[in-house]
Write a protein that binds this ligand. Structure first.
Ligand code: F6R
Length: 236
């Protein structure tokens, strides 16, 4: 794992945006694996600004997001569909048909998980996957567990994750309790991975993930087995 520490969140975001834009420039129809949450906000902002300056073109880019809550409609402001539209997709020239996310409202969730894995395979896998990390070590919504989850799967969110997500919701009762998440196979088969984190409160878990035992109790620790992971961290 390549570990880089930055003084500011802005510098960390710039480095992540550099890596993503290099991928888009090298392969215009690349497959980007994308994340939501607070960490990527600055990264998406920079990518949008480069698109606006005509330095980046998303016309042929394909994307697959890591996860989506169950039971929330795509046009609900709390959904990850909405987040991606708001912060990236509506601001660049990506084609709607090329921006893929799990459907948290699917009538048959198991079939939806299978569809999502088949879709990622049909795109030829992910060229570069952007990951954030939860305080409990989750990546996507792969929560601490007894085993790593191989395929895209339905998950009940841990109490820790629900608490941490509370900052995005008005009432605790509004916080979704379950989600669909990309599994470890698609993540680990990504040709390159960026793990981005900021804030002193993430320092411990980043070190556990990078140097601790490889265990499903710290899901991000599996990344130690990947040949090309850039861990980008800023204390602020
Ligand atoms: C979101 C996702 C999550 C977040 C993680 C960190 O798509 O996959 O794993 O990356 O919960 O969230 P933030 O960035 O809000 O600290």
């Amino acid at each position: 794992m390549k570990y880089q520490v930055f003084d500011t969140y802005g510098q960390m975001c710039r480095r992540a945006a550099n890596l993503i834009s290099a991928q888009i420039i090298l392969k215009e129809d690349c497959v980007l694996g994308l994340a939501t949450g607070s960490t990527p906000l600055g990264i998406y902002k920079i990518l949008v600004s480069w698109y606006e300056k005509a330095d980046l073109d998303f016309a042929k880019v394909r994307t697959v997001n890591l996860d989506e809550y169950c039971g929330i409609a795509a046009d609900d402001p709390q959904s990850y569909h909405y987040f991606m539209q708001k912060h990236l997709f509506s601001k660049v020239n990506i084609k709607a048909a090329n921006a893929h996310m799990p459907n948290g409202l699917a009538a048959d969730i198991q079939a939806e998980c299978k569809r999502y894995d088949a879709l990622i395979a049909s795109l030829g896998g992910i060229d570069i996957q952007l990951l954030g990390i939860g305080h409990n070590g989750h990546i996507g919504f792969n929560e601490p567990a007894d085993v790593f989850s191989k395929d895209t799967t339905y998950v009940k969110l841990s109490e820790d994750t629900i608490r941490s997500n509370a900052r995005f919701f008005k009432a605790v009762s509004d916080i979704p309790r379950s989600a669909i998440t990309m599994g470890m196979q698609s993540i680990m088969c990504s040709r390159k991975i960026i793990l981005a984190a900021n804030g002193k409160d993430k320092e411990d878990i980043i070190h556990k993930a990078m140097e601790g035992p490889i265990t499903p109790e710290v899901p991000a620790s599996i990344l130690q087995l990947h040949p090309d992971v850039s861990v980008l961290f800023s204390k602020e």
